[in-house]
Design a protein around this ligand. Sequence first.
Ligand SMILES: [Zn+2]
Length: 444
Amino acid sequence: MKHTPYWNPKNETMAREDLRRLQLHKLRSMCEWAQAESDFHGRKFKEAGFLPEQLKTLDDLRRIPIMTRAEWMESQAEEPLFGDLVTTSLDNAIRYHLTSGTSGRQPLRVLDGTKDWEWIAEMWCYGFWGFGVRPADTVYFAFSYGSFIGFWGAHYGCEKIGALVLPSGNMTTETRVRQIVEMDATTVCATPTYALRMAQVARELGIDLPSSRVNKLIVSGEPAGSIPAVKRMLEQQWGAQCGDTAGMTEIGTIMIFECSHQPGGTHIIEDNFIEEAVDSDTLEPVGYGEIGERLVTSFGRGFIPLLRYRSGDLVMRMPFNKCSCGRTWDFYDGGIRGRSDDMKLIRGTNVYQRAVEAIVREYDAIDEFQIVIWRKDNVQDEITVKVEVKPDHEESAGELLPRLGKDLAAAHEGLRFNVEGVTHGSLPRFELKAKRLKDEREYQ
Ligand SMILES: [Zn+2]
């Protein structure tokens, strides 16, 4: 068993110049691969007049064209199911995942091969090991193991570390809480919101979580894990240290994690990713301590290479030496701080106002609508769509509302939407710039 706080001591403590050299080397190989094997990137490189051999220093990274989710989705729409980003025969895929789309019903579909999944697990190992997970730990995943990628990679990461993994699929919160205690879990993984929900159910059942063996709570899927007030609440209610991680379905794994020194932010896995922070409007780089939008370049996913991908996440980068853990990897103070677009995260699922709107607008009988995001009992995030049915269609409302709820759920990885009929004329009307989404949560 390793006796080091680092999963990969060499790369996690490498001098910055060496790290930059490693990044440049990986970047060049990734661009050569993408140019040769992915029609998507080949086309984009050509349009931008970019050639991989132009990468002489890391600053040349800025010659690579920026990639957006909209372009990726467009390519999947034009060439179903997977578009022309993929680099290899679909026969090499071993896993399919999806995430809700930015507009309408179309999801973003991702495929991975065997090597990709090894890498996905490895990235989670960096994070879990860095937060103190060891072979003696028993790790409980309060996660539904569906088509949403979520903690799938973390499950394999923990097996690789040698910890005992307890998967919980489609179980009730009560069953999960009882299992965590009965099985002497030491580490629990969930979204921050769901971790609060489990703590609430434990109290209702008279279970004292702080006296259980759980000493590490690892959260992901929502930015709240790095909001100091929420973290404090989680740590008190579980009697455990709470560590934040963040990833994206588009890269398949995490790119940042909080180390056990808890610097108030999350280290960037810099030997496997290049993260840039840019101004969302000008796309010019922003410096340390300034808020910018993340662009991510990932070196590990060969099936669908991401280069300078616009994430929409807002971050504030800090130099590595502001954390005492000894890693030479910079970190994002406050983790993911919000979004530069209208995406909302509800219980780990992406929701875009325009995607909801596209589905609501398929119903001719609906006149006006409003999306309200709120928090039930101060712990559980809920999304309610209020709809006004046209006066001459009121008799159809009884059948329409549940049908709309099903359609919305189907386009959002099964996320439950509350659909509510309201009196005609009661919702606000807009002439310009409609604001049909109200987020009433204290923190997001
Ligand atoms: Zn650290």
